[in-house]
Design a protein around this ligand. Structure first.
Ligand code: MIC
Ligand code: SF4
Length: 640
């Protein structure tokens, strides 16, 4: 039996473990991307390791989230990143140069290579036949030091595409259709590898949208073959030499298969609250909206910007709508300028932001309370737009453009023929946005850069109150919110900890401080969403020692272990029903249980009832967790 492309990529980079689903493997990382949110911490952690230079052949530090620098503490972070990149050998991508994933794909993607990023949407580069995975800051810091990236070997699922997209149906609708079918948990422990006769009709930008938003399915990653489409994409960018084929074997073996007839898909919209609350557009058409946006790493491509321009050219944005576009990269913006798109967009009343994540992470354009926002973005977890009780709908860029003109959610099929999209023969070549490292200079630490905290070793027993009892699908946006006021503290754990769970329970921090040590109880898929490490480090700083949930999202579970918080799952999910907030739970022999088979008994001091929980660890994870996390483990080694 032949190998899938995903398996071929893994085999080519395997440094430890057996690549069988459920087994831990370690792979060599050739490229690393860092952002100005999680990536700052990666650099601080890398510095704590004391290495003179980054080891992978390509490390790029992007300033893409807090680009507006609304607070000088953001600019402090950026200066730290720039000076650390220069000294330790990373390319620096300036604020305004674009969103890491889009820029990385354009400028650095190489089919067949591995990429680890400090951001959950790193799989975008899977659109170019890379094995691209998102991780927490500390795992990325280890890769910067030349260490392997460890993860559970996923099941490889072939997504077999047939047919072709009908007019006004886009790649965004493809991924929304997968979310509708499979839910935000549907990709847990899996890689989706796209293939089939429908593949050739999908341009690189469309593949990028699908690979990128596979993060919302909680996939480990997504991968597309590197074929003629990839070659023409790289050629337009002046990078034909970087192209090489990356294909599965003809008789490749897969763990599972999903069939998707592209011609059966229709325009879809995700309702507020979760990217998988997907309905056909007909169910929400006519809903008034006050804000429309197109951009983010999912919809910031030339293809998206050009589709929007074709729809609104010669028309006017509705008076009650604020319509904002976020081109994914400076290169796209410059090309839009050269090709005349900007003139048409501005004449129609669109606002063009500098290329950045911007309002996707709640930075700028925060909706007014009680209003509805329609976004060609990827996430709409509660409060993420920057206001509690927000109502954010997700859609494709053409649905967004059509709706910006009418002021209500509008099915673009009512507009008549879909205009065709012309790709420029050559994209602008960016030079000014990148700074190459020369190994010189001092690293500048502004006053907002604080020392990296250390976790504490797992105690023999844990007796602590349940500070929060939460339901299913708690996202990292719930735990450590996005938004300008919070993201400014990504290099300052004590300060960012003050915002923990603020939209879920405004008293959480105060109660955590009184409790000293505490436990959080969650439902299914706890910690979904971003790779945000502060969703582990901030609770750790506040004394959270264990999270008991029905299940955990991959990156968050790894982050909890890396910071010494014990991620326990209920053996019988019904035990969740018997717990109330403020119950004191006692876990006798916690440490001994983790050292043995990972199974322990919890006693509820209020009810007197007991239930079983487990934390099944690989030997590597066990050592890290018991020590109180990876940094604590490393510093213990240094002092012994
Ligand atoms: C996100 O989209 O949630 C973010 C902001 O890009 C995060 C990264 C972070 O919180 O630093 C992600 O996706 O991992
Ligand atoms: Fe930036 Fe949004 Fe993409 Fe996260 S999802 S990297 S905030 S554009």
């Amino acid at each position: 039996m032949g190998r899938s492309l995903a398996r071929t990529l893994i085999d080519a980079h395997l440094v430890s473990g057996k690549p069988q689903p459920g087994e831990e493997i370690g792979i060599k990382i050739e490229q690393v991307l860092l952002t100005d949110t999680n990536g700052n911490m990666s650099f601080l952690q890398f510095e704590a390791m004391g290495l003179p230079r980054v080891v992978p052949e390509r490390v790029v530090a992007y300033i893409d989230h807090n680009v507006y620098q609304v607070d000088s503490r953001n600019t402090d972070d950026h200066r730290y990143m720039q000076t650390a990149a220069r000294k330790y050998g990373a390319v620096f991508s300036k604020p305004g140069n674009g969103i890491c994933h889009q820029v990385h794909m354009e400028s650095f993607s190489v089919p067949g290579q591995t990429l680890l990023g400090s951001d959950s949407h790193t799989p975008l580069c899977g659109a170019a036949g890379m094995l691209a995975v998102g991780a927490g800051s500390l795992d990325v810091a280890v890769a910067m030091g030349g260490g392997p990236y460890f993860f559970m070997m996923p099941a490889v699922v072939r997504v077999w595409l047939t047919g072709s997209l009908r007019p006004w149906v886009t790649a965004k609708d493809v991924i929304l259709e997968l979310l509708r079918r499979l839910s935000v948990k549907g990709g847990m422990g899996k890689i989706f590898e796209y293939g089939g006769p429908g593949l050739a009709s999908l341009l690189a930008a469309q593949r990028m949208t699908i690979a990128n938003m596979g993060a919302e399915l909680t996939l480990t990653t997504s991968v597309f073959p590197s074929d003629d489409v990839t070659k023409s994409f790289l050629t337009r960018l002046g990078r034909a030499d970087d192209w090489r084929p990356a294909l599965p074997d003809d008789d490749a073996n897969y763990d599972d298969q999903i069939e998707l007839d592209l011609s059966s898909i229709e325009p879809l919209v995700a309702l507020p609250g979760s990217p998988d609350r997907v309905v056909p557009i007909g169910e929400v058409a006519g809903t008034p909206i006050e804000q429309v946006m197109v951009g983010s790493c999912t919809n910031g491509s030339w293809h998206d910007m050009s589709a929007v321009t074709s729809v609104i050219r010669g028309h006017q944005v509705h008076p009650s709508v604020s319509f904002v576009l976020f081109p994914g990269s400076h290169r796209i913006l410059e090309t839009m300028s050269r090709e005349g798109l900007l003139t048409d967009l501005l004449a129609a009343g669109a606002t063009i932001s500098e290329p950045s994540c911007g309002s996707c992470a709640g930075i700028g354009h925060v909706p007014a309370a009680g209003t509805k926002s329609l976004r060609a973005f990827n996430r709409n977890f509660p409060g993420r737009s920057g206001v509690k009780g927000d109502e954010v709908y997700l859609c494709s860029s053409v649905v967004a453009a059509a709706s910006a003109l009418t002021g209500v959610i509008t099915d673009p099929r009512t507009l008549g023929d879909e205009p065709s999209i012309k790709l420029p023969a050559q994209f602008a070549v960016p030079v000014a946005g990148f700074v190459k490292p020369d190994g010189q200079g001092d690293v500048v630490r502004g006053p907002n850069i604080k020392a990296v905290p250390l976790g504490v070793a797992v105690a023999d027993t844990l007796e602590a109150p349940v500070l929060l009892k939460l339901g299913d699908k708690i996202s990292t946006d719930d735990i450590s919110p996005a938004g300008a006021a919070v993201l400014v503290f990504r290099s300052n754990i004590p300060a960012i900890a003050e915002h923990t769970f603020k939209y879920v329970d405004a008293e959480f921090v105060a109660r955590a401080k009184v409790a000293g040590r505490s436990i959080i109880v969650g439902g299914e898929h706890y910690g979904q969403g971003s790779s945000r490490e502060t969703a582990a480090t901030a609770p750790m700083h506040l004394g959270v020692r264990a999270v008991i949930a029905k299940s955990f999202a991959r990156i968050h579970r790894a982050n909890l272990i890396n910071w010494g918080i014990v991620p326990l799952t209920f053996d019988d999910p019904a035990a969740w029903d018997g717990i109330e907030r403020d119950d004191v739970l006692a876990i006798e022999r916690l440490r001994a249980g983790l050292e043995a088979d990972g199974r322990v008994t919890v006693t509820n001091r209020r009810s007197g009832g007991t239930f079983r929980v487990s934390c099944i660890l690989t030997p590597r994870e066990r050592e890290i967790l018991l020590a109180g996390g990876l940094l604590a483990q490393t510093s213990q080694r240094e002092t012994t």
